[in-house]
Design a protein around this ligand. Structure first.
Ligand code: URA
Length: 429
């Protein structure tokens, strides 16, 4: 293999054959292809793109760079949900338990937060004792026994992505739809799934800021998943304001438990139900989306989902009854009356980083007790002196971000129409 030839072929807009992509990925993992060569290839992909077939090849060879979870004795379907990430998005916590209560198996591999959006593993670690570093054997055992698990990736899963993503991060090559597709899909497909639902976030607090980009990523991931034999559907959902009311770590776990007790905020529940229903329909557990939503709601009404969540937490070493400290509450009040026109969600994410609840760089220690609780949503009318956001932090930390948080909420004199939450549904048809 001559990596220089393959890089030049892509740079000039050529289409790489499956074997050529295999050579590059295998060579990169073995060390035969150097970082500088892979960075150059990634930049060629950023500039020239990749065809559907090339993207599927890249995904497949990244997936096969490591081990895959296998479920030879399973009699139910393995499913998962992936979100491209947004503030206050803790759908994974209630949804995993709700799906397992419907008889599906959820081997969810999740990540840590970096930048403005939180990571599922960090949130779960606010539950005392909760382990997110189970071995693959332990993970499979929890799925067999409980039906759902939420764990971190191991070194042996998709090593090509581990290496390539770190390289892309420092070479301005993250923003490429084929590279993002291969990165996300290789990790999800390594779970050995029958069906996958993707939540592609769109808006000021999302990775994809425009609807066009979000739809393009959704189509690319759905095509790739389908080509690789996994029933894949994507929903494009709004991220111009936090999804749930809370954003942080322990505060999001508390809201997830409230959701499982039937007391979740409407928007969080609407997205959770819509995503879950797709998986129930994809696997034939529900005959249509409405029936799927009813089945999911029943798991909350009859207490099964909350019991399942507790079972998963216990199986992963956590104690749901132990206190999860939340820092003191400090309210940010409206300085004028008006209608909430917009919420700078990224700025709220930055405020959480300032409070110590999010990471500036890999390895930063988090303060899991800090966070925000939104008191308003876009379109709400507010009076002067009304609380807009509660900041959970020491008074000193809260005053350091008070202006940031206050300025992130823009009020207008005229009424504002709330944005649509569920924007688009992308299937293989
Ligand atoms: N998340 C991933 O896992 N990979 C990407 O390339 C971008 C976001």
């Amino acid at each position: 293999m001559n990596p220089t030839f393959l890089i030049a072929k892509k740079r000039d807009g050529g289409e790489l054959a499956d074997g050529e992509i295999a050579d590059l990925i295998n060579g990169y993992v073995s060390g035969e292809v150097a970082d500088y060569q892979m960075a150059s290839f990634a930049m060629a992909v950023v500039c020239r793109g990749m065809s559907v077939e090339e993207t599927a090849s890249l995904t497949r060879h990244m997936l096969h760079s490591g081990v895959m979870l296998e479920w030879p004795n399973s009699t139910a379907a393995e499913v998962d949900k992936h979100s491209t990430g947004g503030l206050g998005d803790h759908v994974s916590l209630p949804l995993s338990a709700m799906l397992a209560s419907c008889g599906l198996r959820v081997p969810m591999i999740s990540g840590r937060g970096l930048g403005a959006t939180g990571g599922t593993l960090d949130k779960l670690e606010s539950i005392p004792g909760f382990r997110t570093n189970l071995s693959l054997e332990e993970m499979c055992e929890v799925v067999d026994r409980v039906g759902c698990v939420i764990n971190g990736a191991t070194e042996t899963l998709v090593p090509a992505d581990r290496k390539l993503y770190a390289l892309r991060d420092v070479t301005a090559t993250v923003e490429s739809i084929p590279l993002i597709t291969a990165s996300i899909m290789s990790k999800k497909l390594a779970e050995g799934l029958d069906a996958l639902v993707l939540d592609v976030k769109c808006g000021s607090g999302a990775f994809m800021k425009t609807l066009d980009d979000a739809q393009a990523l959704a189509r690319s991931m759905v095509r790739t998943g389908t080509l690789m034999g996994v029933t894949t559907v994507a929903l494009v959902t709004d991220m111009n304001q936090p999804l749930g009311r809370t954003a942080g770590n322990a505060v999001e776990v508390n809201e997830s438990i409230a959701a499982l007790q039937g007391d979740g905020p409407d928007e969080l529940m609407d997205v959770t139900m819509a995503l879950g229903a797709e998986l129930l329909v994809s696997t034939g557990v529900a005959s249509n989306l409405t029936a799927g939503i009813e089945q999911l709601q029943a798991t909350i009404d009859n207490g099964l989902a909350l019991a399942k969540f507790r079972e998963m937490v216990t199986a992963q070493g956590g104690n749901l009854d132990a206190p999860r400290p939340i820092a003191a509450r400090n309210d940010v009040l409206a300085t004028r009356a008006g209608h909430v026109q917009s919420i700078d969600t990224q700025e709220l994410g930055r405020a959480i980083i300032e409070l110590g609840g999010g990471r500036r760089q890999h390895g930063d220690e988090l303060d899991l007790s800090v966070g925000l609780e939104m008191q308003v949503r876009v379109g709400d009318r507010v009076d002067v002196g009304q609380p807009l956001v509660a900041i959970f932090a020491t008074e000193e930390k809260a005053s350091a971000v008070r202006n940031m948080v206050s300025n992130a909420i823009v009020l207008s004199d005229t009424s504002v129409r709330p944005p649509h939450l569920l924007i688009d549904r992308v299937t293989r048809h």
